[in-house]
Design a binder for this molecule. Sequence first.
Ligand SMILES: [Cu+2]
Length: 467
Amino acid sequence: MNKRFTMIFSVVAVAIMGATLFGSTYTQTQITGTTLDVSNMDVDVMQQIRDMGGLRLVMPQAFAETDCAVLEASGRNVVEFNLTGESVELPYLGGTFSAMTFSQQVPGPTLRVTQGDVVKMTLTIPDDEATAHGNDMHASQISSTNFGSVNPGESRTFCYIAESAGVFKYHCSGVDLIGMDQHVLSGMYGIAIVDPAKGYKKLMVEKTSGSGELDRQFHDADALEFQLQYNQLYLTDDGMYDQGAMFKHQNTATVVNGQQFGYFPNMLHNLLVNGDTNINIVKVIQPWNDLDLMQYQSQPLYVETGQHVRFFVENQGNEPVFWHIVGEIIDRVSQGNRVQSAATETWLLGGSQNMIADVVFDEPGVYIIVNHDYAAIYTGAATVVVAGDPFDLNPRLVAAGIIPEPVASYAYALGNPSDAVPPMGMNSIAHPAVNIHGMYTDEVASELKADGVIPLWEVIPTLPPVP
Ligand SMILES: [Cu+2]
């Protein structure tokens, strides 16, 4: 087969496969791929896939079976990870939307294990849930088609060894892969953090001394850790999933850990810094700026200057993430426990791609983590990090009796938002305090409160006024 013929054959093969998958009439215009608009086609793609028996029919079956009994008896550490699949209403900046969740929160609970552990995941679907759900854990090397979907009123468990270190997405796999886009983009996603068996590496940050020579600064592997997960919402006006908008990549909102602009200064910060709840620290939109919003109020991330900070980042969405910190250089980027870059300005994450970003904020100040795609920034992908005491609040906080002595970051006075704080690992520095924040149902927020996580919206009104 000569080269030219091979190319023509490939184009035709792709066109035929496309026409078969989407069930469309095969026409000359579709060969070019320029006029194919799935969202405007008069066939129901999902119905056709459903009629074929779901995508599992066309996927290979050569995947390893898992045997929990064998793995549990293997002597390895076994970590149980229990999830529910539940549809709930949750807020976004325009109303509420029909969310699908793991365990009534978006993102779902974060699993944290050590490389080599056995994960025993159980998915339970309540009786009154409207649809079946599945689970595909990218930390495993087992197809979600083996796990299949779990019907309402049922439970299913599978086990695997977390062989590779890194950050890994998990997500609903729909009903045998049907509707997977709807379930994931409506909220059914989360991450597993698999810590390296021998822990994280020391962080080296290159600086220069006054006379210009290199001055390498080393930071211990232990770090203050955050998780940030990026996604989009594609919604109709009444808050339902809009598949046509998804096919066109026209999202309604960009969310970080489930919220648009979830990590911004709120009423308390405005009061502390400006003496007025209505004056914003950052002169941009502050939609979640009200204590009445309870767990949905915006809440910045607090770190100390000179502190080793580690971000676990996952792109759960359908659009690229150009991860950038306004005012900082990313000191190190790792994927799968391998360093990918150091001293970089921006790191690109495609869909279902992750990184571990190590950063040391040298100077007190306000830094903004963005997806450096302007459409993403303006629709929600902006996260405020406050390092040190840039507003010189320590004397006022001490005078008001909110803290007994000056603190290295406002985390000691206000805590960090619970949804941005992953479970502790072997190289984690404990957060001084954690407050209830996130795309949680009220039921989940109540459970966090019972566990001792701070409900800021209740505590703030009881604090003595800041002079
Ligand atoms: Cu689902």
